[in-house]
Write a protein that binds this ligand. Structure first.
Ligand code: SF4
Length: 627
C-alpha cells in the first residue's frame, strides 16, 4: 500500500558527475506535503544565504506532489525551486503538461541538482535508472529541436523538460519548458539550469503510483471531475482560454496599457478571448488528467508569420506583448509567444522588459545610439518579435533587456525605476492594483516577488470569481481596500500553497473546497487524521519557510513595496480614473497582513512565536540572528 509518493528522490552532482538516490523522510512529507513545500525545505537546508544564483552552490530542485500523476482532476503539476537569478531571493516556478506525472512514473518524486557540469549534459531517467548523457549536440538548439532530437526513434516517447538558447545564455528570466509549450516560467530558473550546463531532464517509465486506498481515491476523483465538468469556469476556459478575463480586467480599468501608463485599452476587441478564438485557435488542449482544458493549440493563419503554429498565448502574454506594448495584432503577439516558448523565456518578464524599453525610448532615456540604431516604439509589431530573438541571444540591445526591468532601470537611470514594473525584480502580471488595491498587497507579499498566482486575489477582485478553497473570498469594493481583506489574501495564499505542494492546478482552487482536497489526501496518503486545519497549516508553514528564506537573503518590510508609478501616478481614464495605491493605504494593508500572519511589524520577519506554532523550530536560530 502506498501514499501517493514514490518515496525517493535523485541527487545529481554535476561537478562530480555523480548520481545517488535518497528517501524523503516521512515527517517531511506530512509537514510540507510535497512539490513546492518539500523543495523549499531542501533549498532552505542546503543553500545558504548569499550564494551566487548562477554559481555552483545554488541548487535546482524539481519536485512533484502526492497527487501529481494520479487520477485526481488537474493534478499534472510539478514545481522547480532555486535561488532566483532575477530577484536574488526564493525562486519558484510551476508547470503542467505531463512532465510531472512522467517524472513519478520514472520512479522518483523529485530531483536535486547540484554543482556545475564541465560540459553540456542532459539527465535521462528511465524506469528507475538515471544517467547523465552528453548534450554537446543539443547545446544551441531550441526547446522544440531539443525535444525532437531526444524523442526521435524512441518508443514510447520520453517526456522532456529543457531549456532553449535563453537559458544557455543566462537570460535572467529564462524558463524551463516541458511538452514544448508548458513553462516553469517565472524567476529565471532556466538560467539556473543553463548555468549548470544541464540542457534537459528526460523521463520515461511505467512505475505505478501507489495510493493508500486507490478505489476510494478513484471514487472521490470521479465525483470531483464531475463538478469540474459542470462548472462555468470550464465552459469559459474551454471557449476562450485564460484570455477569457481580458474584457473583465479592461472593464475594471486595470488592464495594463503602454507600460502601465493607462488601464484601459481601446482596441481590446482585437486582443480579447473572442478575438483569439476567431483568429488563431485551432484546438483546446489540456494538461494530464485535466477536464478544464484551458490550453490553446493555435496557428497563425495570415500575414508574414502564416503557417507557424504552437500553443498559447495565455492572458498574461496577450496583455504584456499586446496592450502593454501598444499592440493590437493577435498574430504578432502569438508569434512573440511562440518564440518565447522556443527560446525558453518567461513571457510576462519578456513582454514587460520590451514595454519598459519602449517607454524609456519614448522618454529619451534609451536612445537610438544605445539601441544600435533601432527604434523601439510602442505599437511596432515587428519590434516585439525582433526583440524576443535579441533577448534570447543577448544580441545588441537584447543584452540589456535580458537583465530584467530592475537592472535595466539601474543601468539606464533617468528616473526610470519609477516605471520599471517589478516587485523585488519580478515583473508584474497584467492586473493594475490601482484598480483593485488588495492586489497590490498580494504583489508585495508574494515570496517570489511581483506575482499574481501566489494569492490569486485577482480572481475575486477583477473577475468576481468566488474561490471555494477558502471560506471567504469576496471583496466588497476593489477600489477601497479594508484591513480585513488582508486576511482573505493570507487565507488564499496559504490554501493555494498547499494545493501547489500537492501537485494540483491553481484553477482547482476556484472549484474545489479544502474539504474535497482533504478527502483526496486521506485516501491517497493514508493520513486518515489529516484535517482541513492541517491543510491550511501546511500552506502557512510553507509560506513562512519561504518568507524566512527571503529574510535570510536580506528582505525586510521596506522591500515589500511597489513601483512609484502605482503609488503616485493616477490612472488617467476609465472606471479607476484618478486612482493610485498610495503609500498610506499600502502600509495600512501591510500592518494588517503582518498582524494576521504573526510577522514582526517593524521588520516583516515571522516572529519566534509564529515559527514555534508552525513547528518551524529549526528556523529560530537563523531568525534570532536577523533581529
Ligand atoms: S486548468 Fe489549464 S493549466 Fe490547469 S491543469 Fe487544466 S489545462 Fe492545465
Amino acid at each position: 500500500m502506498g501514499n501517493g509518493f514514490m518515496g525517493k528522490i535523485l541527487r545529481v552532482n554535476l561537478t562530480k558527475g555523480s548520481i545517488s538516490e535518497e528517501r524523503i523522510p516521512e515527517d517531511k512529507m506530512r509537514k510540507y506535503l510535497g512539490g513546492v513545500g518539500i523543495a523549499t525545505s531542501y533549498l532552505y537546508e542546503e543553500v545558504p544565504a548569499g550564494v551566487d544564483p548562477l554559481g555552483a552552490d545554488n541548487k535546482l530542485i524539481f519536485m512533484t506532489g502526492p497527487l501529481t500523476g494520479t487520477t485526481s482532476a488537474s493534478a499534472a503539476r510539478y514545481s522547480v525551486v532555486a535561488k532566483s537569478p532575477l530577484t536574488g531571493i526564493w525562486g519558484h516556478g510551476n508547470s503542467g503538461g505531463n512532465f510531472g506525472p512522467m517524472l513519478k512514473r520514472s520512479g522518483y518524486d523529485g530531483i536535486i541538482i547540484e554543482g556545475v557540469s564541465p560540459k553540456p549534459v542532459y539527465l535521462e531517467i528511465a524506469d528507475g535508472k538515471a544517467t547523465l548523457k552528453d548534450a554537446g549536440h543539443l547545446w544551441g538548439k531550441s526547446v522544440n529541436e531539443t525535444e525532437d532530437i531526444i524523442q526521435k526513434g524512441a518508443v514510447p516517447k520520453p517526456i522532456t523538460a529543457s531549456i532553449g538558447q535563453a537559458g544557455e545564455n543566462l537570460v535572467r528570466y529564462s524558463a524551463i519548458m516541458n511538452n514544448s509549450h508548458r513553462a516553469v516560467g517565472r524567476c529565471g530558473l532556466g538560467a539556473v539550469m543553463g548555468s549548470k550546463k544541464l540542457k534537459a531532464v528526460v523521463c520515461s517509465g511505467k512505475t505505478k503510483i501507489e495510493l493508500h486506498d486507490s478505489e476510494e481515491f478513484k471514487k472521490i476523483s470521479k465525483k470531483q471531475i464531475g463538478y469540474l465538468n459542470e462548472s462555468v469556469l470550464k465552459v469559459g476556459f474551454e471557449a476562450f482560454g485564460t484570455n477569457l478575463v481580458a474584457d473583465m480586467v479592461n472593464a475594471r480599468g486595470g488592464y495594463p496599457t503602454l507600460n502601465w501608463q493607462k488601464g484601459v485599452f481601446d482596441q481590446i476587441e482585437e486582443m480579447n478571448g473572442q478575438a483569439m478564438t476567431e483568429k488563431v485557435l485551432v484546438k483546446e488542449l489540456a494538461c494530464f488528467g485535466c477536464p478544464i482544458a484551458c490550453g490553446r493549440g493555435t496557428a497563425i493563419k495570415e500575414g508574414k508569420w502564416a503557417g507557424r503554429s504552437g500553443e498559447g498565448p495565455e492572458y498574461e502574454t496577450t496583455n504584456m506583448f499586446g496592450a502593454c506594448c501598444g499592440i493590437a495584432d493577435m498574430n504578432a503577439v502569438t508569434m512573440a509567444n511562440y518564440l518565447c516558448n522556443e527560446y525558453g523565456l518567461d513571457t510576462i518578464s519578456a513582454g514587460s522588459c520590451i514595454a519598459f524599453a519602449m517607454e524609456c525610448f519614448q522618454k529619451g532615456i534609451l536612445t537610438k545610439e544605445m539601441t544600435g540604431g533601432i527604434d523601439i516604439k510602442f505599437g511596432d509589431v515587428d519590434i516585439i518579435v525582433d526583440l524576443v530573438e535579441k533577448i534570447a541571444k543577448r544580441e545588441g540591445i537584447g543584452d540589456l533587456l535580458a537583465e530584467g526591468t530592475k537592472v535595466m532601470a539601474e543601468k539606464l537611470g533617468g528616473g526610470s525605476s519609477a516605471f520599471a514594473m517589478n516587485v523585488k525584480g519580478l515583473e508584474l502580471p497584467a492586473y493594475d492594483p490601482r484598480a483593485a488595491k488588495i492586489c497590490g498587497l498580494g504583489y508585495v507579499t508574494a515570496n517570489r516577488g511581483g506575482d499574481h498566482i501566489t494569492g490569486f486575489i485577482e480572481a475575486p477582485t477583477f473577475i468576481d470569481a468566488p474561490i471555494l478553497i477558502v471560506e471567504e473570498s469576496s471583496i466588497e469594493d476593489p477600489f477601497n481596500a479594508t484591513p480585513q481583506e488582508a486576511t482573505i489574501l493570507m487565507d488564499m495564499e496559504n490554501a493555494l500553497t498547499s494545493l501547489d505542494a500537492l501537485g494540483g492546478c491553481k484553477f482547482m482552487g476556484a472549484l474545489l473546497k479544502a474539504e474535497d482536497l482533504v478527502d483526496l489526501i486521506r485516501s491517497g496518503t493514508g493520513w486518515t487524521d489529516f484535517s482541513v486545519d492541517d491543510f491550511r497549516k501546511c500552506g502557512e508553514r510553507i509560506y513562512n519557510l519561504g518568507r524566512v528564506y527571503c529574510n535570510r537573503e536580506g528582505i525586510r518590510r521596506k522591500d515589500d513595496t511597489l513601483p512609484d508609478r502605482l503609488m503616485k501616478e493616477p490612472l488617467p481614464e476609465g472606471p479607476a480614473e484618478g486612482m493610485v495605491l498610495d503609500t498610506e493605504t499600502l502600509e495600512m494593508l501591510k500592518d494588517a497582513y503582518y498582524n494576521y500572519r504573526g510577522w514582526d511589524l517593524a521588520t516583516g520577519i515571522p516572529t519566534l512565536a509564529k515559527l514555534k506554532e508552525l513547528g518551524l523550530d529549526e528556523l529560530i536560530e537563523d531568525v534570532k540572528k536577523m533581529q
